[in-house]
Design a protein around this ligand. Structure first.
Ligand code: IMP
Length: 448
């Protein structure tokens, strides 16, 4: 119990810890949303992935692309936490810190890194390159950052964590891991496996810079929650790239779904008050893998250009398609979305008609469950319904009921078909180009 505004109340009544995560294949615009919402929280914690993610935030004229550090860092006074579920390439982290410091952000006092997070090494990238190029393997189309091989070492219990990197026995652990990689290099007849001694020296230098930021972030976050502070948990990638629930094997190697927020930060499930899904008003995917509502015509190309759909990490063109209701219903079930934030509505402004995938058919039959097998997923024939476009700019509209009536109709259609409320709509890259639906569950969760 604590005393708050004249009343004694249970802590559970006043805390509000929310998870914000992608409801599709990533790139839903979470960076902007997390940056916007972080104003209301004491800390923002990232729970999985690595520098394969790219969260773009525009503040006035300035554009920030954050890969490892939660976008909450852009709010003075908000603590940014990199949780134990994240894999960290120290070079990428230090580059990002330098970029933020150059922009005047007080990174050293605002950032904490879990000492249980795993460390990514250059040989993880080499292994990934070889694996993706193997003739007998279907390439996943990864971001080539070495993320998968780093998680492989974690699960195989030979990985090196931040606590080891900053400890005196780092060299011993490193030599054991490097010995392992040398064996792999020999087996694959790789003539240039990399200079392991040089990497050791380089990582010892990184350790000095990272040490002051490393701590037990699970304890820190739980302590904050006990003290009545609120935490925003930030997912990277999206549910359809989750290692268990995504379009396996065309997925990333971590738990992007809501459950990952607890295992990836060490905060228990009973401390989470709400789960918010972020989805584009259409859908995109980077890399290989099934994509039922993909549009391979000129209209898909038009969306790519209007939405600037090119990867923020790799620059690769994103595959574009139509809002997929069965997919959203699936990700809502797996994550338990309380509310949905729809981003990039303005990208559809010029379209005369907007198709929406409303059902899946396989071999002429409607299916009601998301298939687990890639083969069945690839066999899906999407069933579309077409809605009228609004063919007017929605830029500058600051209230949902001032949107063109076709746009309102479109949003209502998505809400009815997915069964999840739309709590917010974003119609531009700037912080202020976001509308919160009055009376929505999202509004209540944010104002507890
Ligand atoms: P990896 O995470 O680099 O192993 O890549 C695995 C798959 O996830 C590939 O299809 C990538 O394109 C995709 N992916 C990884 N990170 C992101 C992201 O932040 N946004 C969108 N797709 C991603």
């Amino acid at each position: 119990m604590r005393y708050n505004q004249g009343f004694w109340c249970f802590e559970a009544e006043i805390m509000s810890n929310l998870i914000v995560l992608g409801a599709q294949w990533g790139d839903e615009g979470k960076g902007k949303i997390v940056d916007l919402l972080s104003e209301k929280f004491d800390a923002v914690a990232r729970y999985q992935g690595g520098h394969n993610a790219g969260h773009t935030v525009y503040i006035g004229e300035k554009k920030f692309v954050l890969k490892l550090i939660p976008s909450g860092i852009l709010r003075p006074g908000v603590l940014a936490v990199i949780g134990n579920g994240v894999v960290i390439d120290p070079a990428a982290l230090l580059d990002e810190i330098a970029m933020l410091e150059a922009a005047g952000v007080d990174v050293r006092s605002q950032l904490k890194i879990s000492n249980r997070a795993h460390v990514l090494f250059p040989f993880h990238r080499t292994i990934e390159k070889i694996s993706e190029a193997r003739a007998d393997r279907v390439p996943i189309g990864t971001t080539s950052r070495g993320i998968g091989p780093c998680y492989e070492d974690k699960i195989a219990r030979r990985g090196i964590r931040i606590a080891d990197l900053v400890d005196n026995n780092f060299e011993d652990l490193y030599r054991a891991l490097a010995g392992d990689k040398k064996l792999i290099a020999e087996a694959f007849e790789i003539s240039e496996p990399g200079n392991f001694d040089e990497i050791l020296a380089q990582y010892q230098r990184y350790a000095e810079q990272i040490k002051p930021l490393a701590t037990d972030t699970s304890h820190l976050l739980n302590q904050m929650i006990r003290g009545g502070k609120s935490i925003l948990f930030e997912g990277a990638q999206g549910t359809m790239l989750d290692i268990d629930f995504g379009t396996y094997p065309f997925v990333t190697s971590s738990s992007a779904a809501a459950g990952g927020a607890c295992t990836g930060t060490g905060v228990p499930p009973n401390k989470i008050d709400g789960i918010i899904g972020v989805s584009k008003a259409y859908i995109t995917r980077v890399g290989a893998g099934p994509f039922p509502s993909e549009d391979l015509t000129d209209v898909g190309e038009q969306i790519r250009r209007a939405g600037n759909e090119f990867g923020s990490v790799t620059g690769r063109p994103r595959r574009c398609g139509w809002f997929d209701v069965p997919l959203l219903r699936y990700t809502a079930e797996v994550n338990g979305f309380d509310s949905l934030i729809i981003t990039k509505l303005d990208v559809l402004d010029s379209l005369e008609k907007i198709p929406v995938c409303v059902a899946y058919e396989v071999a002429g039959e409607r299916i009601t469950h998301m298939p687990a097998s890639t083969r069945r997923m690839e066999a899906i024939k999407p069933v579309f319904e077409t809605l009228p476009g609004w063919q007017r700019s929605t830029q500058g509209v600051s209230c949902i009921n001032k949107l063109p009536k076709e746009a309102q109709q479109y949003l209502r259609f998505l809400e009815e078909r997915t069964g999840v409320e739309i709590g917010s709509v974003s119609n531009g890259p700037e912080r202020n180009e976001t509308m919160i639906v009055e009376g929505s569950r999202l509004e209540k969760l944010l104002n507890r």
